[in-house]
Design a protein around this ligand. Sequence first.
Ligand SMILES: [Zn+2]
Length: 301
Amino acid sequence: MGFAAPAPARILNGDPETMDTVSRTAVFFHAHPDDEALLTAGTMAMLAAQGHRVVLVVATAGERGQADLAPGEELGEARMTEVYKSAALLGCARVVRLGYADSGLSSAGGIADDRPANAFIDCDTEEAAQRLAGLLKEESADLLTIYDPAGGYGHPDHVQVHRVGRRAAEIAGTGIVLEATVNRDPLLKALRLAGRFYRFPPEFDPRTFERAYSPDELITHRVNVRRHIRQKRASMAAHATQATGADVRTLGVFLKIPAPLYRLVFGTEWYVRRDLPLGTRLKHPFDPAPPPGTDPGPDQR
Ligand SMILES: [Zn+2]
């Protein structure tokens, strides 16, 4: 399911010799509508603005979030409407829904007992990976983003995105696999600061970020997305309008962070590329891997 056919690669600046001038394809794989807003929206907007083809894949429609809906409104459909809006704001060429059911969370934040039949965490990983690999091949994807093995803050569907995504890239031979993450150090600082100005909703505990995502030293890519910060904020806002599930409430809290601080915290997006040595510091998703033994140097930090 999607809304555009893949376009052939095209030369951006007329110089076929230089890889940087060639339009490439990046597939952003997310568990639920709204995950793209927090983790990768700036990178998506940047790549689209640079002429690359950006494809968003969601494993589920996020239909297990809690929400205040109008009578008769169905959460999964409402959230898909939001994700199409977010994708359009970011310049995505195509949105694909894999069609698994949102596995939800138990009240303790673990695996829920009352899962729907087609829950993403119960799927055959190999079969799901084959499906995603089919899309990666169809799109001739140069890059796939997934999550870290812990699934960021640990949602079981996010852990599954890691498993399925890693295997799909293997099958399709996708060259660059980036694990989208958050540098938790500046995020914790901003939340502490924001906590002085207003009261967080009771179900939002900033301490959950203390062990989530990644510490600074594991991160290989720091992508400056400040030029696209308005699009990122608009993407978050697209999700915060209708639904009020747990992730979306988090987005609501982030949207209350004052603009200059928001720019500071969300103006960078972070990725871990596991096939690069620890200490690698790159600025762009398509940056070539530095030759072994290269000192990244202060200008790369
Ligand atoms: Zn999610």
